[in-house]
Design a protein around this ligand. Sequence first.
Ligand code: NAD
Ligand code: GLY
Length: 352
Amino acid sequence: MQTITVNASRSYCVQIGPGLLDRVGELSAPLVQGRKAAVVSDSNVWLLYGTQVERSLTQAGFQVSVFQFPAGESSKNTATLLELLTFLAREGLSREDPVFALGGGVTGDMGGLAAALYLRGVPCIQLPTTLLAMVDSSVGGKTAVDLPEGKNLVGTFTQPHLVLCDTLTLQTLPAPVMAEGWAEVIKYGMIRSPELLQRLAGEDPAGDLEWVIAHCVTIKRDVVGIDERDTGERQLLNFGHTIGHAIERCGGYSIYHGEGVAMGMAIMTRACVREGLCPKECWTVLESLLNRFHLPQTCSMDKKGLLEAARADKKRRGDSITLIQPQKIGTCVLNKTDYGELSRILERGMGA
Ligand code: NAD
Ligand code: GLY
C-alpha cells in the first residue's frame, strides 16, 4: 500500500493498493462530518463494485443513495450533470455530506463537478476504477463535462478530500480501456521520467502496477503542487491532448480518450523529430511503447477538421496556443505559439 499526499488548495491523500474499496467507509468517515453519502457511478462499474462500496459505507454509518448513469463519454454532458445535481437536492444532501465518484475518468470528472457545484461545494471522494483515472483524472482537482462545442468546456478546479485507488478493480478492465490508461502512463514518462520509460520498456511493465501508479501520481503531485490552476508547468500534463481532444471530437467521442492522447503524442513527436526539435530517439522510444501497449499511432482524419476542433479547445489563450513538445527522452517543453504552427505540426506529423 502506498500513500501520497497532495498539497494544493486542499491537502489530501491518494492511497494505492489492493482491497481499498472494502475500506471506503472506514477511511472516509473521519474526513467528513455528514452521514448521507451519494455514490455516483456508471452502469458498468456499479454492477461490478456497487454492492461492495455500499456495504462498506453502510457499515461505517453512512446512509447511502446511488446515482447511476449510462457508461461512456457521451454521458459526460450538462444534461446528466443537471440530473445528478437534482438528485443530490432531492436526496437532501447537506454541505457536510460527501459525494463518492466510483468509476473511471468520466464518473470522476462529472461526480467531482457536481460535488463542486452543489451547495457551492460538498466533499468529494474519488474511487477511480480505471488505470487512466488512477494515474491522472482522480488527482489534481480538474472536474468537467463536455459541450457539443468541445471537451471539458464546463468545469472547475476543486480538489477532492481523498482518493482511493483499489488496484484489484483493474482486473476487470476490458483490454482497450487498460490500454488507454497506459497511454497516460507513457505520457508521464515522456514529459518527466526516463526511469518510467525504461520500466515500461522492460520485461514485465505491468508486473508492479502499484509502483507505476504511485510513480505517476507522484509526478502529478509535484506538478499540481507548483501550478494547480494550469497556468504554466501543469500544461505539460497536456502532452498529446490538444490534438488528442480534437481527434476525440472529430470522431464523435467514439474514440477512447487515451487513444486520442496516443495519436496526439505520436503526431507531435513525429513532427518535432522531422523539424529537428528533438532527437529521433524520442520517436523510436514512443513508437515501441505505443506498439507494446496496442495503442494507435496514426490518424487519417481530415487535417482542417482537426485544426478547427483544436481551436475550440479550452487550452487556447486568444489566438495563441501552448503546444507541449518533446525535447529529449523524458523531457517535454512548453511552446507558446499560434495556430499556423499547429497546422504545420499536423502536416508534418500525421503521415506515418
Ligand atoms: P470511463 O470512465 O468512461 O471508463 C471507460 C470504460 O471502462 C467505461 O465503459 C466504464 O464503465 C468501464 N470501467 C471503468 N472501470 C471499470 C472496471 N474496473 N472494470 C470494468 N469496466 C470498467 O473513461 P476513462 O478512460 O476512465 O476516463 C476518460 C475520461 O477522463 C475522459 O472524459 C477524459 O476527459 C477524462 N480525463 C480527465 C482528467 C482530469 O484531470 N480530470 C485527466 C485525464 C482524463
Ligand atoms: N490531465 C491533465 C491535468 O490534470 O492537468
